[in-house]
Write a protein that binds this ligand. Structure first.
Ligand code: FES
Length: 106
């Protein structure tokens, strides 16, 4: 699915991610600086914090308890649409989705 990442400085990158790839994997593999992904995707670092748009919010499964717990640790402001990019897996339903990245991750 094509997902657009918009960094805090306004830089926008659209990536076509294979099904099953997490948004964190896609961003870090393609040089999107606003996502760090320090723990490698095991929901243990909160450096893959992102803000999802309404399209994604409407189709994504609700965050797991582990993701909710880790969202307590994000460095940037937590918002109602805060999610961890490593817990979002690309699928056709996410086509055209946009995530905004916070100013800082750590
Ligand atoms: Fe560590 Fe997502 S990469 S919580």
């Amino acid at each position: 699915a094509n997902i657009t990442f918009i960094e805090a400085n306004g830089q926008s990158t659209t990536l076509n991610l294979a099904d099953g790839w997490s948004l964190m994997q896609g961003a870090t593999a393609n040089g999107v600086d606003g996502i760090v992904g320090e723990c490698g995707g095991s929901c243990a670092c909160a450096t893959c914090h992102c803000y999802v748009d309404e399209l994604l919010a409407g189709v994504l499964p609700a965050p797991s308890q582990g993701e909710l717990d880790m969202l307590e640790n994000v460095v940037a402001e937590r918002r109602p649409n805060s999610r961890l990019a490593c817990q979002i897996k690309a699928s056709p339903a996410l086509e055209g989705g946009v995530v905004h990245l916070p100013e800082c991750q750590e």
